[in-house]
Design a protein. Structure first.
Length: 567
C-alpha cells in the first residue's frame, strides 16, 4: 500500500515518470503485436511465374500472395542463388517484377520473406532447356494423306505426309500397332479398334523422331512395332489409321505373360543440422515406360511432390530452419504392368549398322560415365572374344557365353567404389559389374548397348536391386540380355517357366521392373548444392539428393522398392 502511494505521488508530481510509463506501455503493446504477427505471418505463395521459360535480360513477373508491400530483406532465389538488388523492378504483396541476370540458371524459384519460404516452382533457361511456351490451339483433326512406304523394318525411316500435324511436335506422337499377348496375331477378326488399342509409340530414348512440321513427319519405326496400322495422335485428336506392315526379316519380338505389380518405396530425411534456412531436394526415380512396361500409374505419393516425372523422377523438396526437426518420410506407390519378352531372332536377317539411325548407334557405342568401352583392356578382350566374326548377334552371343564361362559371380553386391573392371582381373564380381562389363565389351565390339537397372522380384515377392542389358540389332530393335541370371544368380526363382542358361540371351521374364535405361546424368538445381548419389541402386542416376549450402548435415535412408501386390 505504501509502495502504491509513493508511485502515485511520483506519477502526479514528475512528468518524466509519466513519460517513461507511457513508453513502457507502448513498448509492451508493440512487443505483443510483433510476437503475434510473427506467429501468424502468412507464408509467401507463388501462384504463377510468367514466363516459365526465359533468358538473361527478360522481364519475369511472379504472381502470388504474402510477399509484403516492400522488399526490405525479402528476396527471390533462382536455382539456389539470390538475386541482387539491381534485378528488382517492383515489389508488391501479390506481384514481383524482375529482370533475369546474366548468370541465371534453370532450376527452382523461391520467394523468401524473413524466415518464411514459398514452395518452389520450376524455371527453365531458354538457352539450356528449350521448352515451348503454351500456345492457343484450334482443335483440328490430323490427316495422313500418304506414307513414303507401307512396308519397313524396325528402325527404318518412315515419312508421313498430310495436314494438321502441328508446327512442332510438342506432346504429339506417332503410334504403331503392337501385339501384346498375341491379341492381334491370334485374333479371329482383326478390327481397326483392335489395331489402335494395341499400340507402341515412337521413342525419344531411341531418337526415333527426326523431323516434324504441319505437313510432314519423319519418324523411325519403333522397337516393339507389329504389322497393323500407323496413326498420328496430337493429344487432342487422332488421325485415321493407315495400314502398315513391319518386315520381320531379322526376327520377331512378342510380349506375353503380363503381371501388374503394386510397387512402393520410401525415402526418409532426419537429423537435419542447418546454419540458416536450408532446402533438401530428393529425386525419386519412377519406373520407365517401355514396350515391355507400357504404362505407369501413380497410386500414392505423399507428400505431394513439387514436380511429377521430371527427368524420370518425382521431385520432393523440404525446407528446414531449425536443427533436429522431425523426420520427413516420402512415400511413392506405382501400379506397373510388366510383360515377358520373347525374341525369335534371325541372325542372317540383321542388317548393317550403317543403315540404321546413326544418332542412336553413336550414342550407345560411345563410352559414358559408367561404361568404359574405350578402356584398352576392354577393347583387347572384345577383339579376342569376337575375332573375325561380323554378325552382331553372333558377336553378342560370344561375349555372353565367354562371360558366363570365365567370370565368377558374387551373389552379394560389392561396395559402391568397387571397379567393375575388377572382373577382368579374375575377381568375383556382382550383377552390376556383369552388366557394366557386358555393355562395355558389346560397345567395344561395335554393338549398341545399355545398362538397365531396377528390381528383380522373387517368387515370394521379395525384391533386390538388379542390373541387366539391352543390345540393339539393326532391323530388329532392342534385344534383352541378363548375364547375371544366365550365370545363375541366386534369388527366389519362379517355377512357371522352364528357363535354361541361354534363356536370358534374348528373353526376359516378367519379374524385372525397369527404373532406368542407361545412366541418367542429371544437373543440380543450384551449382553450389551438395549432391548425393547411390551408384549401385535400383536406378542409375547421378543425383539422388541435393542440399543447399546452408545445410550442415543430415541423415537419409532409401528403401528398396517392395511389392505390395501382384495381379
Amino acid at each position: 500500500m505504501e509502495y502504491s502511494s509513493k508511485f502515485s505521488y511520483f506519477f502526479r508530481k514528475y512528468s518524466l515518470v509519466r513519460v517513461l510509463c507511457a513508453l513502457a506501455v507502448i513498448g509492451i503493446i508493440l512487443t505483443v503485436i510483433f510476437i503475434t504477427g510473427a506467429k501468424t505471418k502468412a507464408v509467401p505463395e507463388i501462384e504463377s511465374l510468367n514466363p516459365p521459360v526465359g533468358s538473361p535480360g527478360d522481364v519475369v513477373v511472379i504472381k502470388g500472395k504474402n510477399f509484403g508491400d516492400v522488399r526490405d530483406m525479402s528476396y527471390v532465389e533462382f536455382a539456389g542463388s539470390k538475386l541482387t538488388a539491381s534485378s528488382y523492378i517492383s515489389w508488391q504483396d501479390d506481384s514481383i517484377k524482375l529482370v533475369l541476370p546474366s548468370n541465371v540458371q534453370d532450376g527452382l524459384v523461391v520467394v523468401g520473406v524473413k524466415n518464411q519460404r514459398s514452395k518452389p516452382v520450376l524455371f527453365a533457361n531458354e538457352v539450356d532447356i528449350p521448352v515451348p511456351v503454351t500456345e492457343t490451339f484450334t482443335i483440328t483433326k490430323p490427316v495422313i494423306s500418304s506414307l513414303s512406304a507401307t512396308k519397313l523394318a524396325v528402325g527404318s525411316l518412315l515419312t508421313i505426309y498430310g495436314n494438321n500435324f502441328g508446327a512442332s511436335r510438342g506432346q504429339s506422337k506417332v503410334c504403331f500397332t503392337s501385339d501384346y499377348e498375341k491379341a492381334v496375331s491370334t485374333a479371329s477378326y482383326v478390327s481397326t479398334l483392335l489395331l489402335m488399342s494395341n499400340t507402341v509409340e515412337a521413342s525419344d530414348f531411341d531418337e526415333d523422331y527426326e523431323y516434324w512440321n504441319n505437313n510432314e513427319i519423319r519418324v523411325r519405326v519403333p522397337d516393339g512395332a507389329y504389322s497393323g496400322v500407323v496413326f498420328v495422335d496430337t493429344g487432342r485428336e487422332k488421325s485415321d489409321p493407315l495400314d502398315f506392315t513391319v518386315l520381320p526379316a531379322a526376327g520377331t519380338k512378342s510380349y506375353n505373360g503380363k503381371k501388374i505389380y503394386l510397387v512402393q518405396y520410401t525415402a526418409d530425411i532426419s537429423d537435419v543440422m542447418t546454419n540458416d534456412v536450408s532446402t533438401i531436394t530428393l529425386r525419386c526415380p519412377v519406373p520407365y515406360v517401355i514396350p515391355s512396361q507400357p504404362s505407369l500409374e501413380l497410386t500414392e505419393v505423399t507428400p505431394a511432390p513439387i514436380l511429377q516425372n521430371y527427368q524420370g523422377c518425382l521431385i520432393h523438396q523440404i525446407t528446414k530452419n531449425r536443427n533436429n526437426s522431425p523426420k520427413s518420410v516420402f512415400r511413392q506407390s506405382f501400379a506397373v504392368p510388366v510383360y515377358e519378352i520373347n525374341c525369335d531372332i534371325k541372325e542372317a536377317g540383321i542388317t548393317a549398322y550403317k543403315n540404321m539411325n546413326q544418332a542412336l548407334y553413336e550414342r550407345f557405342t560411345a563410352p559414358d560415365s559408367i561404361v568404359k568401352s574405350d578402356d584398352e583392356k576392354i577393347k583387347e578382350l572384345a577383339l579376342e572374344i569376337t575375332g573375325k566374326e561380323t554378325n552382331a548377334c553372333k558377336k553378342a552371343k560370344l561375349i555372353y557365353s565367354y562371360m558366363i564361362e570365365h567370370f565368377k559371380l558374387d551373389n552379394k553386391i560389392r561396395k559402391n567404389e568397387a571397379d567393375p573392371l575388377d572382373l577382368l582381373k579374375g575377381k568375383t564380381c556382382d550383377a552390376y559389374d556383369f552388366a557394366v562389363v557386358f555393355a562395355a565389351l558389346a560397345r567395344a565390339a561395335g554393338i549398341p548397348a545399355v545398362v538397365d537397372s531396377g528390381i528383380l522380384i522373387g517368387q515370394d515377392l521379395t525384391t533386390q536391386a538388379h542390373w541387366w542389358n539391352e543390345i540393339y540389332f539393326a532391323g530388329f530393335g532392342w534385344f534383352p540380355v541378363d548375364v547375371a541370371l544366365g550365370a545363375d544368380l541366386d534369388y527366389k526363382k519362379w517355377t512357371e517357366n522352364s528357363i535354361t542358361q541361354d534363356y536370358y540371351f534374348g528373353n526376359l521374364d516378367s519379374h524385372h521392373i525397369t527404373f532406368s535405361r542407361g545412366y541418367n546424368d542429371l544437373k543440380p538445381f543450384a551449382q553450389d548444392n551438395k549432391t548425393v548419389k547411390y551408384p549401385k541402386s535400383f536406378a542409375l542416376q547421378s543425383i539422388w539428393e541435393e542440399a543447399s549450402s546452408n545445410t550442415a548435415k543430415y541423415s537419409s535412408y532409401w528403401s528398396v522398392p517392395a511389392i505390395k501386390g501382384v495381379y
